[in-house]
Design a protein around this ligand. Structure first.
Ligand code: S3P
Length: 175
């Protein structure tokens, strides 16, 4: 088991930490699960949510993870996986992640998440709707916070937004 998974809420810095980790661990291949699904389906994440809905997207996350871990087993490749903020809401995904990788939760406070999501809003279907950004983040974190904690093997605090240090801390924990 030598894959690394990064989990955490939208805006916690999974992609940034993944890029920093890839610099420190050049023998590992960085995979962003959202980009993998977009390449697999030929559609963007917002298009998938719009046309097929969240449940269909969760199934795609599950089969993408199955593909990736199976490919790793067949080829011997090691991956740094930057997962989606909601990947771990599925029990099947949680099991695969814990069994096949060392999993790090990039933990950020609500204030940090809201600030990051205001700075880099992106196109995130889960944050759409009538509610304010802060109340939506609070609502989702109320159910997801404990899920991230129980899925991760290690928790890395990213409130400082120092993604280089976070990557170094992850490498240290692997040794
Ligand atoms: C989601 C997070 C997104 C993406 C999708 C759903 C979520 O990824 O997978 O929009 O449910 O939290 P990021 O965490 O990379 O934004």
């Amino acid at each position: 088991m030598d894959h690394i998974s990064l989990i955490g809420f939208m805006g916690s810095g999974k992609s940034s930490v993944g890029k920093e980790l890839a610099k420190l661990l050049p023998s590992m291949e960085l995979i962003d699960l959202d980009s993998y699904i977009e390449a697999m389906t030929g559609r963007t994440i917002p298009e998938i949510f719009e046309n097929e809905g969240e449940a269909a997207f969760r199934e795609m996350e599950k089969s993408a993870l199955q593909d990736i871990f199976m490919t790793g087993e067949l080829t011997g490749a090691s991956y740094i996986l930057s997962l989606g903020g909601g990947t771990v809401t599925s029990e099947a995904c949680r099991r695969m992640i814990r069994r096949n990788s060392t999993c790090f939760y990039l933990k950020a406070s609500i204030d940090t998440l809201v600030r990051n999501l205001e700075t880099w809003p992106g196109d995130r279907p889960m944050l759409k709707g009538g509610k304010s950004l802060r109340s939506r983040v609070e609502e989702l974190m109320a159910t997801r916070g404990s899920i991230y904690e129980k899925t991760a093997h290690h928790i890395i605090n990213v409130d400082s937004d120092d993604y280089t240090t976070a990557a170094v801390d992850i490498v240290t924990l692997l040794d």
